[in-house]
Design a protein around this ligand. Sequence first.
Ligand SMILES: Nc1ncnc2c1ncn2[C@@H]1O[C@H](COP(=O)(O)OP(=O)(O)OP(=O)(O)O)[C@@H](O)[C@H]1O
Length: 465
Amino acid sequence: MVPYEGKCGDCLTTKELMTLYETATVVSNSLDLVASLEKALHILKNRLQLEKCVIHTLQDDTLLTVYACIDFSKHQKELATYTLGEGVTGFAAQSKEPVIVENLHSDMLFLNKSGNRDKNALSYIAVPMLVDQEVIGVLGASMSKTTAIGFESTVRVLTILSSIFAQSIRSHDINLKEKERLKELKLYYKMEWDSKVHNFGDIIGESPKMKQVYNVVERIAGSNVSVLVRGETGTGKELVAAAIHKRSKRKDEPFVKLNCAAITDSLIESELFGHEKGAFTDAKEARKGRFELADGGTLFLDEIGDISASAQVKLLRVLQEREFERVGGSKTIKVNVRLVAATNRNLEEMVKNGTFREDLYYRLNVIPIDLPPLRERGDDIALLVNFFLQKSMSNHKKKVLITDEAMEILCQYTWPGNVRELENTVERIVLMGSEDGISADEMLLLLPAFNQKLMCQRRIYSEES
Ligand SMILES: Nc1ncnc2c1ncn2[C@@H]1O[C@H](COP(=O)(O)OP(=O)(O)OP(=O)(O)O)[C@@H](O)[C@H]1O
């Protein structure tokens, strides 16, 4: 075996140039990369009489497996697998240098694991395929008496081709990964839209408390700090999380959401971090978790107070080290995710009674945003009623008038379900109401039973006094 010293003597011959031109053209015009690489290897064989040409690629930084080849049976392909440093292929990958085995019948480095050594073959050359000095595989070929060029020229041609092949394989891999990511994101977003969880609509409200919220959102959106949005149910926590994302540099990357309260303890870690095939009974396929889906973007964890103790530990590690392993996996995955969490629970209380980790609480609560309940937002109620009224009338292609007295009732109501309840109430108003206007009595009928009773009592009381 001779490590190639990198001599660069004569210029390329016309034969070599033609070979390079043809192989590069075949590979650059490809949709099916493996088929095109194999065509390119055939050109090497036909033009230069190089035999058993094979491209190995490096898997998981340890194993070189056949990616494309000519003159190998299916079984031989499977046998021709090398670890780093093993045989001439493994050695070329490890040393990052071309390796020449002058006499492959006597050199111990030529292992012939595939068993398809040719009687006529004399020598073997293996050239590492590098992208930015990183080995992604090895290009190898046998030389025989009939090979049209010498060692030096063969190394030169294979070295030029290995760099073209390496770039093509790398771009192909990136495209595949991106396609897979888009497929998973499409699936995720489809699920979200189907359950109508997503809403990127604008935030309505001019009250001083909401102006404070906008102020904080504007100031922190551009940074990468974690945010904890707190507020009663239906106050718009998800809307604020989406607003932070939309105003950040990550706005063109995914905004991914997980409602921690909707997932059982046993599934939460798999939803967050993904799982490998066979990690548990139902894990028929490997699946990415929300952290991987949100890579580059924002992950919104709703109802963060509901996650299990073991998921809290894993979450803390991601926040500290930006890395994790899938459930049932050992490979460490690194992600770049901005976390926005939300809760309507009292996390401080949970920290005190030991149900929520204090270290995690501080990691999440770098920037707290407190959303006011609707009953503390004064004129915002009327603004929101009008906003949802327009939206709903246009959806239902119907005109409905809310009289002043009906609006008065809506403004006095305590809205325990906050904006969500108000939105649903306006929807009912549009469905039940008419252009003639909704009266106060009709309005009371449209409010949920418990509060309707309260309102009636108030009304009777005020009429009596
Ligand atoms: N200020 C607002 N302007 C317009 N729509 C709003 C506003 N706040 C909330 N909404 C709407 O009210 C509904 C509930 O909002 P959202 O889901 O963001 O609340 P939440 O606080 O996250 O609720 P939960 O605690 O139940 O998860 C959504 O349809 C949202 O679009």
